[in-house]
Design a binder for this molecule. Structure first.
Ligand code: SF4
Length: 71
Protein backbone atom coordinates (compact mmCIF):
# COMPACT_ATOMS: atom_id res chain seq x y z
CA UNK A 1 0.00 0.00 0.00
CA UNK A 2 1.33 3.47 -0.92
CA UNK A 3 1.95 5.88 1.94
CA UNK A 4 -0.81 8.26 0.75
CA UNK A 5 -3.30 5.41 0.62
CA UNK A 6 -2.27 4.37 4.10
CA UNK A 7 -3.03 7.83 5.49
CA UNK A 8 -6.39 7.96 3.73
CA UNK A 9 -7.18 4.59 5.29
CA UNK A 10 -6.03 5.84 8.70
CA UNK A 11 -8.27 8.90 8.44
CA UNK A 12 -11.22 6.73 7.47
CA UNK A 13 -10.52 4.40 10.39
CA UNK A 14 -10.38 7.35 12.81
CA UNK A 15 -13.60 8.82 11.40
CA UNK A 16 -15.38 5.52 12.08
CA UNK A 17 -14.27 5.19 15.71
CA UNK A 18 -16.91 5.80 18.37
CA UNK A 19 -17.04 9.44 19.42
CA UNK A 20 -16.95 8.30 23.04
CA UNK A 21 -13.43 6.99 22.55
CA UNK A 22 -12.07 10.11 20.90
CA UNK A 23 -10.93 13.46 22.24
CA UNK A 24 -12.70 16.53 20.90
CA UNK A 25 -11.28 18.39 17.89
CA UNK A 26 -9.49 21.19 19.82
CA UNK A 27 -7.74 18.66 22.04
CA UNK A 28 -6.81 16.53 19.00
CA UNK A 29 -5.28 19.55 17.27
CA UNK A 30 -3.50 20.56 20.46
CA UNK A 31 -1.90 17.13 20.73
CA UNK A 32 -0.95 16.98 17.04
CA UNK A 33 0.58 20.46 17.18
CA UNK A 34 2.81 19.32 20.02
CA UNK A 35 3.81 16.22 18.04
CA UNK A 36 4.58 18.33 14.94
CA UNK A 37 7.19 20.23 16.96
CA UNK A 38 8.64 17.15 18.62
CA UNK A 39 12.07 15.83 17.62
CA UNK A 40 10.80 12.25 17.95
CA UNK A 41 8.31 12.62 15.07
CA UNK A 42 9.38 10.85 11.85
CA UNK A 43 7.06 10.65 8.83
CA UNK A 44 3.97 10.82 11.01
CA UNK A 45 5.28 8.19 13.39
CA UNK A 46 6.39 8.70 16.98
CA UNK A 47 9.96 7.49 17.49
CA UNK A 48 9.21 6.75 21.15
CA UNK A 49 6.44 4.20 20.62
CA UNK A 50 6.24 3.49 16.88
CA UNK A 51 2.61 4.62 16.66
CA UNK A 52 1.21 6.92 14.01
CA UNK A 53 0.52 10.01 16.09
CA UNK A 54 -2.74 10.79 14.26
CA UNK A 55 -4.06 7.51 15.61
CA UNK A 56 -2.49 7.66 19.05
CA UNK A 57 -3.49 11.27 19.76
CA UNK A 58 -7.16 10.81 18.89
CA UNK A 59 -7.87 8.32 21.68
CA UNK A 60 -8.88 9.69 25.09
CA UNK A 61 -7.11 6.87 26.90
CA UNK A 62 -3.75 7.54 25.23
CA UNK A 63 -0.99 9.86 26.26
CA UNK A 64 2.38 10.87 24.90
CA UNK A 65 4.81 7.99 25.60
CA UNK A 66 7.74 10.29 26.34
CA UNK A 67 9.17 10.09 29.88
CA UNK A 68 8.12 13.72 30.33
CA UNK A 69 4.66 13.41 28.79
CA UNK A 70 4.00 16.24 26.38
CA UNK A 71 0.24 15.63 26.29
S1 SF4 B 1 3.64 11.30 21.07
FE1 SF4 B 1 5.03 12.52 22.36
S2 SF4 B 1 7.09 11.73 21.93
FE2 SF4 B 1 5.75 11.02 20.31
S3 SF4 B 1 5.93 12.54 18.67
FE3 SF4 B 1 4.18 13.13 19.93
S4 SF4 B 1 4.97 14.57 21.44
FE4 SF4 B 1 6.72 13.44 20.56
Amino acid sequence: MEEDEYFVDLKRYIANLSEELKVDEPEYERRLNICRQCDALRNGMCGKCGCFVEMRAVMKKNHCPDFHKKW
